[in-house]
Each structure stands twice: as structure tokens, then as C-alpha cells.
Write a protein that binds this ligand. Structure first.
Ligand code: S3P
Length: 439
């Protein structure tokens, strides 16, 4: 399907399972006793990295399509890996597994792709080292042939687990990956471990670990955990990923004559900033059939063509929509007036530097956008034209600018379509299924 403005979109779809929840299901199942059954699992490349790492740690995992069976071996059932653990492109795999590996009595070495090798890991090394684990980074150019030690704070690195002591960690960043790494290490530590964040980040770890039997509590922006001798395998049904639904929310709102029903979307309040922002921009969006599934709030989302206006996005909303900022920036380009995105410096250390990737691609399409140190300012309403998008092999940049391309004059192409497989392998097919040619 060519990406042009000759289509509108009408119909129903279900987006694939939530990436954050799918990763956690594998990890928590692996360190629990007995069987964990995960349905509506995201068959994306990032989640496959998590599966492969735990298989190398001795956990039998059956992948039966969207149903996964994890044969957990308990908190101390992982075995020393004989190979490097390849985390691919996945920051969630890298940081969360490190929390678990910090509590093991063996050494593990992690490496990933070119993007993961640039992403900051000191944010987990600092608290996990304070708890008793040790880390050594290796020069990526000579790895794995020779191990030249560096203090890069990036992958590849070796983690040596140890006997851990609890920590009260004041995290400088609102990051669910950092919080989760520390809480998972806390399962193996002596005494209480807690993490206080500047602003609350997504709470899937707290919700799901509690379901597996962990003693975990949350008050405001502090989550605390006690060591636990045993977790119990669970049945988990993964809701649709709001970060994937976000592309269809945007598509429905900015395209004339569109009406899209996105079914079975997770609307956890620590993830739902996209919905509140779409409403604040004047979007015609309604939630239907709200319910709770496996401890997570879920709804169907109906979106219709809308006249959007600019808004300000910042402060405590940022962690609730951090992965949706590329597509929110696209919405802002089609809104009347100015949109300011601030307090979002974390965008620079995602799969790509997203402040740079968004502003360069939007400018190349004719949008009016100014990068700032912690976000960007977008003046909406400039007519966009198709161009060749530089995705930086970042799945969310590829998908956000595909949406822009369906409203831009002429044809938009991507330098890499494959990267959407990180979180949404059927993205283009799902768009095609609800598209119709404007007469
Ligand atoms: C994630 C947390 C967020 C998010 C990422 C998934 C998670 O990252 O951007 O895509 O599953 O915990 P940070 O924790 O670095 O903010």
C-alpha cells in the first residue's frame, strides 16, 4: 500500500498485545513456580528478545502463537547462560532482566543492536551496584572477540550478581524500566527495597508482581517490595497496546470522513496520557465498554474525524505518553495553533534521539517545528507534503510518520518499513484493512 492522502479509514480493529505487559509476563513467569500462561502476547521482535534471553537462562518457553507457556523454575531456578544474552533493540529487556540477574549467583553478559549499545545503562548500574551487584562494560568494537574494559555505561556489559541488600532509591528519572529493575532486585535483597520517582511512571510491574504473590505496595510515587521466598505462576491476558492504538487514534482524528473503533485497549492511568491529550486537543474520542482484565483497565476506543487545536504537554503527563510523542507531534502538525511539548528530555535516549528524528522529519514534510532541550514547539496548520522519512530504524518514528504521510500531499516513503516489527509487525496490513480510496 502506498502512503498517500488518497485514503480515508473506517472500521474496527484490535491492536496487538501490550509490549510492556508481554515482557513482564515472560520475566515474572520465568522466576515463579509452575506454569504461567500468557494470552494475546505481543509477537514483536522486542518480546522475542526477552523469550530468547530466558531460554538461554534455562527456562522452557513454548510459543504457540499469541499463547505462550512459561515453565517457571522459581526465584533461584535460572541457570548460568553459556552464551551472550542478546537483547536486540529492547531497552525493557535489558534493564528489567538486569534487576533479576543482579540477584543471581552467576555472571551474565548482555549485548544488543547498534541502538541499544548507545542507550544509557548507568541509570540501572547505580542502584543495582549499591545493592551489591557489579557491572563491567566492554568496548563494543572488539566485543566479543576480545574483552576491552570501558566505563561507557552502555552495552555490551557483564553483570555479576551477588547477595543483595535492600535500598531506598531516589530515582533521578521517571522511568518504569529503572523502577522495575530495582524492584526485581529487591525480590532477592535482604530487607525492604523501595524506589521513589520524581513523577509516577507506568505501574505494570507493581500490578503484575502483586498478582504473582510478591509483597509490593505503592504510595504516591514510591513503590516498595519485600523479599519473597516464592512467586506462583499465573494466567495473564494481555490487553491491546495503547502505544499501538495511538497511531489509529491519530489517524482517525486527523483524516476527514474517518471513524475507527479500536477494541480491547489497555487504558491504565499511568499510560493513558494520549487519550487525555487527544481530548484536550478537541478530538472526538469516546471510551466504551470499560472493564478490568488481568488487573489492568481496558476499553474500546471510538475515534472520529476532528478539528484539532494545539495544546501544552508537560510535567507529570510526560511518562504517561512518552512513547506516543512522535504521533502526538504529527497530530499537532495538523492542529490549529501551537503545541508545546516540554519536560520530555527522555526522548533523546529512546530507540533513537526522538527530538531530532521528529523535528527533522516533520520539517522535511513542510511542518513548522522548533526543537528545544526538553521537547519541541510545533506550529500547526502548515500544509505537509510527502517525502522520504528517515526512520533511524526506530519503530515509533516509522509508524508516526506513516500516519503523517496519509495526510500529506504526494507520496511518503520510509527508508525502513521492517523496523515496525519491534512492536507492531502487522501495522501496515491493519491500516490497509480499514482503508478505502476517497472517491
Ligand atoms: C517501558 C518504559 C518506558 C517506555 C518503554 C517501555 C517499560 O521507558 O518508554 O517503551 O516497559 O517499562 P522508560 O522506563 O525508560 O521511561
Amino acid at each position: 500500500m502506498k502512503i498517500t492522502d488518497s485514503y480515508s479509514f473506517r472500521g474496527e480493529l484490535s491492536v496487538p498485545g501490550d509490549k510492556s505487559i508481554s515482557h513482564r509476563g515472560i520475566m515474572f513467569g520465568a522466576i515463579s513456580n509452575g506454569l504461567t500462561e500468557i494470552t494475546n502476547f505481543l509477537q514483536g521482535a522486542d518480546c522475542h528478545s526477552t523469550i530468547s534471553c530466558f531460554q538461554k537462562l534455562g527456562i522452557p518457553i513454548e510459543n504457540q502463537g499469541t499463547r505462550i507457556l512459561v515453565h517457571g523454575k522459581g526465584l533461584h531456578g535460572l541457570t548460568s547462560p553459556s552464551q551472550v544474552l542478546n537483547v536486540g533493540n529492547s531497552g525493557t529487556t535489558t534493564r528489567l532482566i538486569s534487576g533479576i540477574l543482579a540477584g543471581q549467583s552467576f555472571e551474565s553478559t548482555l549485548d544488543g543492536d547498534a541502538s541499544i549499545r548507545k542507550r544509557p545503562m548507568k541509570r540501572i548500574f547505580t542502584p543495582l551496584s549499591e545493592m551489591g551487584a557489579t557491572f563491567q562494560c566492554w568496548d563494543p568494537d572488539s566485543f566479543p572477540h576480545s574483552l576491552l574494559a570501558t566505563d561507557s555505561g552502555c552495552a555490551p556489559f557483564t553483570i555479576k550478581g551477588g547477595s543483595l541488600t535492600g535500598l531506598h532509591y531516589q530515582s533521578p528519572v521517571a522511568s518504569a524500566q529503572v523502577k522495575s529493575a530495582v524492584l526485581l532486585a529487591g525480590l532477592y535483597a535482604e530487607g525492604t527495597t523501595s524506589v521513589t520517582e520524581p513523577v509516577l511512571s507506568r505501574d505494570h510491574t507493581e500490578r503484575m508482581l502483586s498478582g504473582f504473590g510478591a509483597k509490593i505496595t505503592s504510595v504516591d510515587t514510591t513503590a516498595s517490595i519485600q523479599p519473597e521466598p516464592m512467586l506462583e505462576g499465573q494466567k495473564i491476558h494481555v490487553p491491546g497496546d495503547i502505544s499501538s492504538a495511538a497511531y489509529f487514534i491519530a489517524l482517525g482524528l486527523i483524516t476527514p470522513h474517518a471513524e475507527i473503533l479500536i477494541q480491547n485497549v489497555g487504558i491504565n492511568p499511568t499510560r493513558s496520557g494520549m487519550i487525555e491529550t487527544a481530548l484536550a486537543m478537541g478530538g472526538n474520542l469516546t471510551l466504551q465498554n470499560e472493564r478490568t482484565v488481568s488487573g489492568e483497565p481496558v476499553a474500546d476506543i471510538l475515534v472520529k474525524s476532528s478539528s484539532l487545536h494545539g495544546t501544552t504537554i508537560g510535567g507529570s503527563a510526560i511518562p504517561t505518553l512518552i512513547d506516543e510523542i512522535p504521533v502526538l507531534a504529527v497530530m499537532a502538525a495538523f492542529a490549529e495553533g501551537t503545541t508545546v511539548i516540554r519536560d520530555a528530555q527522555e526522548l533523546k535516549v529512546k530507540e533513537s534521539d526522538r527530538i531530532k528524528a521528529i523535528t527533522e522529519n516533520l520539517s522535511a514534510m513542510g511542518g513548522i517545528v522548533t526543537p528545544t532541550d526538553d521537547g519541541m514547539v510545533i506550529v500547526g496548520g502548515a500544509p505537509l507534503h510527502g517525502t522520504k522519512i528517515c526512520t533511524c530504524q526506530d519503530h515509533r518514528i516509522a509508524m508516526a510518520f506513516t500516519i503523517a504521510g496519509f495526510r500529506a500531499a504526494g507520496e511518503t516513503t520510509l527508508d525502513d518499513r521492517q523496523c515496525v516489527a519491534i512492536s507492531y509487525p502487522s501495522f501496515f496490513e491493519d491500516i490497509k484493512a480499514i482503508s478505502y480510496q476517497i472517491p
